[in-house]
Write a protein that binds this ligand. Sequence first.
Ligand SMILES: [Zn+2]
Length: 292
Amino acid sequence: VSIDPERSAPGPRVPPALSAVLATGSVVVLTGAGLSTESGIPDYRGPTGAARRSAPMTHQEISRDSAARQRYWARSFLGWPTIRTAEPNDGHRAVAALSAAGLLAGVITQNVDGLHRKAGSPDAIELHGSLDRVICLSCRETAPRAVLQAELAAANPSFQPRAGAIRPDGDVDLTADMVRSFQMLDCESCGGALKPDVVFFGDSVPADRVAACFAMVDSASALLVLGSSLTVYSGYRFAVRAHRLRLPIAIVNAGPTRADHLATIRWEAPLGPALTALVDNLRSPAMPRRTG
Ligand SMILES: [Zn+2]
């Protein structure tokens, strides 16, 4: 028997109870920012949250304060290429593999980066929307972000921040003067103000989207939380629902979560390697990975 050297390296040890839960099938996966950090998208609410220099914009600010909106779009115009070009990582691919293997009832993500779609999970419910769409605050028409980005580029040919203002993660520091010089565009249909089609702090997730997620949890055999501290109620409520239904709740996350007291399985591990090991285990249950 020849052993692939890569395979013989010690990987994360998958808790047997976790493999057992997945093997049952009909699992709902709920993912958060921790799943995308290995793709270079920072988890501002997680362990690296202190790295963020400015507070997140609220729904009230972006919908009512035109100066705040201008600041948002100037920063976002510069930061968007980082999001657009981000690639899925092993964690996203593992979720897609579990789905392809018929083990999942569905995927709910709190992420707005579109990486589940890029990784081959087209049916993932994007709980908080997606940055690759823009919505008009007046007529609610949506449009692809790529179209607005091209129009903004044409309207701002000389918008060049000083070197260092854009950090590798896409977060941008801009002076007030720079923000004022940025030419914002309005809705082409009605002249209304535009915002990315994502749920900001202080806004709520559309009711039909929440209902679809609850229905998914209600018909599931277990809930698997990946890379989320569940700090925000919008995701935490699904753990509460699963707990009420007495479903097993497995949480794989680096660091504590708000739902740790509800979890039946708790695994602290880096998401990419951990989920790759989980998929490998499920593919060859008769041949457990070498661990030493
Ligand atoms: Zn409009």
